[in-house]
Design a protein. Sequence first.
Length: 411
Amino acid sequence: MTAYPSWTPAPRPGIIPLQPLTFGTILGRSFSALRHNPKVLLGFAMVVQTIAYLVVTIAISGVAFASFSRLDTVPAGTDEWDAVLTGSITLTALSGLVLGLLAGAVGVLVQAVVISDVLHAAVAEKMTLRMLWQRVRPVAWRLVGYTILLSLAIGVIVVIVGGLIAVLAVAVPAAAIILGILVVLAAIPLSLWLAVKLLLVPAVLIVEHTSLGAALARSWRLSRGRFWVILGILVLVSLVFGAVAQVVSIPFSFLASALTTVIAPTGDESAAAIIGIVATLGLTQIVTLLIQSVAVIVQSTAAGLVYIDCRMRHEGLDLDLLEYVDRRDAGEAGLPDPYVVHIGRTVQPRWPAAYPQPAPFAPPPGYTLAPPPAAEPTPARTAPVTPPADPSSSTPPTGPDDDRTTWAMPR
């Protein structure tokens, strides 16, 4: 070890510059960050999405087959047949709703893994799936619970509002139509506003390990002042992947129709025709799952970058990340997590509660409070007194005549 300073390499660049991010940076890096760790992110997302799709499809198909097969045991056109049909439809719909809710809750784990990878990629660290899962595992149940509670809250609101509109439609159909239009028009901005305000809840749970209520409040405060940026990112990402899904689905739809016509031109149900149709539908579903997986990764990456940007702007996180990168590249080991929240720098509520004023002291028993002192009258203004002039100072001093001099103008 020498006492002279030695050369050290420049810090390794991450997926973002370690400074407050602009709208274009967040949007562009959301799409390009997948190249940093594609095997882990895309592979994990595809596996989870495929398993969830297969489980939901098989379970709903089994429930539908078991419930609708009971129609063969009752005479058609009877009240009993109608009751069985209604029960079968209701049971299948409820099972699909529950399984879809569980699939969405499992899908939030993909978002958590992606956000964790973004946090490490910002400081140029490439992690394995095991390392990422170690960070997500302590808060996995909180993430699942948050997703289920949010979905249930939305479902309850939809059922209540829909029930009120249905009841009103029986009495006043025209008023129900107007109310339904107003509800839809009000629900669009409300849903966008809530999507922006709650976007950072998973990131807060993963990084800060807070409770669910604290994560909601923290996401609400961190998104302050960045509403339009976050809204623009969410809308643009959704529009891009919606357009991609439509563009990709149209050729496969034509391909499925063409194969059906070629393989079974007469509409027969031969094994070859069925296999061809199933293969086409399977290929279409695989491509759809791939697009959905990439969409989840991009949306989760955007959420992670927005979280980092908000903390940089409100709490100076960029300084902590720069210090961490410099110390790590200098060879220091055992560095603390750079995303640890510093209590003194956290963004506070906009209107903190005022401190209560202390109550006045009560007099001892048997004594009363003295009356306040009376106000003193203001003294009247008087004119200033001018002192008399000194008579000796009004006449100039005199001296002998031979001491006087006459000042003459110089020539």
